[in-house]
Write a protein that binds this ligand. Structure first.
Ligand SMILES: O=C(O)CCC(=O)C(=O)O
Ligand SMILES: [Fe+2]
Length: 541
């Protein structure tokens, strides 16, 4: 077989790229308007995988692609029918001619039709079938689409794949379950498994790369692909399997994969690869191993508490007269530091209003790298926007609620941060205090408390975990989790380490409000108390 005849870039997944995307302006407006209109929330974003809402936008784009290709394929089918009819007609004439060629051609009508076909019909067959027209219409559409939208690229694909790896690692989802739709979405195609494996190989996750390659190979063999495609990609998969096994020190397995190739393709250059591999011992690669810390985080993310607590829920109405009518429903999670959940503090209408506000304003979250300077990082994969309490009545109400609960002076409180997590989106364990990193606002002091409102129920995953104290909070729409980040002396409290676990199913929305420590004397009747037993140089950087 000619190996050069199928390049991976000419095969289905890549086909779309080679066309160049686009959509005729009018078609775009006509099609996109209804598609997007039905979306409850559409966030304009140059990145898709970090938020569920921007993925919805991508889904709209895929609907357009489907429409264009359906039209193209309908056009092709019509043209193929025309071609078939044309061939049938000629076949019939030929059959007649075969019976007695002399007699057939002796008939001037038959002679004319033959000449006519030669001069006109056959030479016009391209025009007649208009293959080019449908193809041109399709490529025009795709070019328009590309001009009007930012589409995902390889970097995005990598982000989404690494998100899946986080889900596998955190929730112990086997490659078999994920690849074959056992509980997690639809079964994946051989090509998708192969794409996943390629990213894992490039990211040194050889353990996952091997498992996904095995899946890709089995699915490819069981697929309806042509024999050529099966052989070509089968060889590629086997070669990759061999190389990875070799670097992992599994020399015999590597040789076995190469032998498998030679069964189907005895002349394949793999013979040479085998010789080379047997002669050189490659430097072996340390396989990936989950660290003890990651194991503890994953355990909490799965809802396995590491600390036995005997805490009960209670109602609180004494801190403000308003609460007599609507007492706070408090669920303590940990006493020192005091981490607690306030249930039912926001209703659906208020939450819908926050979503309305956020529409079109979300951007990829960053983490602080140097004082005042943020960077995009895989430790925080989500999108966010800011909302001031003066901009929106619901935000104003949330700040008043905060004042009511904590007694804090809300003039020294940051703007609210709305955040949304997408596929495997997470915020790895971190502290909210910022110390010498400083914050780019004119508020005073460090982040004394975090008040985090859950704006959605997350179907699976997305817990907020506190690994130092061994507890977690499950996101529940309308509730708020609150904790102090500082000791009573205002020194950072390292025990408040916390993180947002990867979302396994559903969408996770939160709203954060950080109160700052300056001007909070009224809320701290005992003043500053030295309850810190840690040395300042023990604090994390
Ligand atoms: O998403 C979560 O549960 C935690 C988010 C968080 O810690 C933050 O935004 O600072
Ligand atoms: Fe945080």
């Amino acid at each position: 077989m000619a190996y050069s005849s199928i390049s991976s870039s000419s095969y289905p997944v890549r086909i779309i790229c080679s066309f160049g995307f686009g959509l005729v302006g009018l078609l775009l407006v006509l099609l996109l308007a209804p598609t997007l209109h039905h979306q409850p929330r559409t966030f304009v974003s140059a990145e898709f995988y970090s938020s569920v809402d921007s993925l919805r936008q991508l889904d709209g784009i895929e609907t357009l692609l489907l429409h264009s290709f359906r039209k193209y394929s309908k056009g092709l089918q019509d043209e193929i029918s025309t071609l078939r009819r044309f061939m049938e007609r000629i076949k019939f004439q030929h059959k007649k001619a075969q019976e007695d060629v002399e007699d057939y051609l002796g008939n001037p009508i038959n002679a004319f039709t033959l000449i006519e076909r030669m001069v006109s019909e056959w030479s016009d067959v391209g025009d007649l079938l208009k293959f080019e027209d449908s193809y041109k219409e399709l490529t025009d559409s795709l070019t328009q689409l590309e001009e009007n939208f930012t589409l995902p690229d390889e970097k995005e694909l990598k982000g989404a794949v690494l998100g899946l790896a986080r889900l596998q690692d955190t929730y112990g989802i086997t490659t078999d379950a994920m690849a074959n739709g056992k509980g997690y979405g639809l079964p994946l195609s051989w090509r998708e498994c192969y794409e996943l494996a390629t990213v894992f190989r490039d990211e040194s996750r050889t353990d996952l790369a091997l498992e996904w390659l095995e899946q890709a190979y089995d699915k490819l063999q069981a697929s309806k692909e042509t024999k050529d495609v099966k052989t070509y990609f089968g060889v590629q998969i086997k070669e990759t399997l061999a190389l990875i096994n070799q670097v992992m020190g599994n020399v015999e397995k590597a040789a076995q994969h190469l032998d498998d190739i030679l069964v189907d393709e005895p002349l394949h250059p793999t013979k040479l690869t085998k010789k080379i591999l047997s002669r050189y011992s490659l430097e072996t690669f340390e396989p990936y191993q989950q660290s003890e810390t990651d194991r503890l985080h994953a355990q909490l993310c799965r809802g396995e508490t590491t600390k036995k607590q005997n805490l009960s829920c209670y109602l609180e109405s004494s801190s403000h007269p308003f609460l007599t009518l609507a007492p706070l429903q408090i669920e303590p999670l940990n006493l020192d530091p005091f981490i607690r959940l306030y249930h039912n503090v926001l209703n659906d209408r208020q939450i819908a209003e926050l979503f309305n506000y956020a529409e079109g304003k979300m951007f990829r979250s960053r983490v602080l790298k140097t004082p005042g300077e943020g960077e995009v990082s895989e430790i925080r994969v989500c999108q966010q926007t800011w909302l001031s309490r003066f901009e929106n009545p619901v935000a104003g109400m949330m700040y008043r609620l905060l004042h009511l609960i904590t007694g804090f002076n809300i003039t020294n409180v940051e703007s609210m941060q709305l955040a949304n997590y997408g596929i495997g989106g997470l915020y790895a364990p971190h502290h909210d205090f910022v110390r010498n990193y400083g914050l780019s606002s004119n508020l005073v002091g460090d982040r004394i408390t975090t008040s985090m409102f859950y704006l959605t129920d997350v179907t699976e995953g997305g817990y907020t975990i506190f690994p130092e104290v061994g507890v977690f909070a499950k996101p529940t729409k309308g509730s708020m989790v609150m904790w102090p980040n500082l000791h009573k002396s205002l020194a950072p409290d390292v025990r408040t380490l916390h993180g947002g676990c990867p979302v396994l199913k559903g969408s996770k929305y939160i709203a954060n409000i950080w109160s700052r420590s300056g001007f909070q004397d009224v809320a701290m009747p005992c003043g500053l108390v030295d309850d810190t037993f840690q040395r300042i140089d023990d604090l994390p950087e």
